[in-house]
Write a protein that binds this ligand. Sequence first.
Ligand SMILES: [Cu+2]
Length: 151
Amino acid sequence: MEHRNFPTPVRTRMGVVLFAMACGLTAYGPMTGCESKPPTPANTGFASPDRYTTRGVIVELPDAKRVGNPDLMIQHERIADFKDSSGKVVGMNSMIMDFPLAPGLSIAGLAKGDKVEVVMEVDWSQLPPHRAASIKKIDAATVLDFSNPKK
Ligand SMILES: [Cu+2]
């Protein structure tokens, strides 16, 4: 997941972050000294994912030419019931994050700036571990809350 514009910048895709945490490095690849794991094909896994519904605004549409992260980018509201890879509820703060699209998920008709409701699937055995399972446009007048709890 891509995180931007936050006091503690975590600017890497979530899968890379997880791998980096496991390996103590900032990138994955053959030189890391621990077993490297290539990105999982999007049409495998996610057999029984955790599902979270959140709302947000589209920051960027997917763009294969965008360097670093070509995925759909959404600023989403805080997900209070988000669980980490151990199953512990840790919450996910409001952030700008990438959303790889589940196979067959169409975002036709959506545009930058649209407010949306997203169902995110998370399977911690996958890399990246998350994807958008569905996205639907919501009323443009919807008031979204991107605040986060104070530390
Ligand atoms: Cu997020």
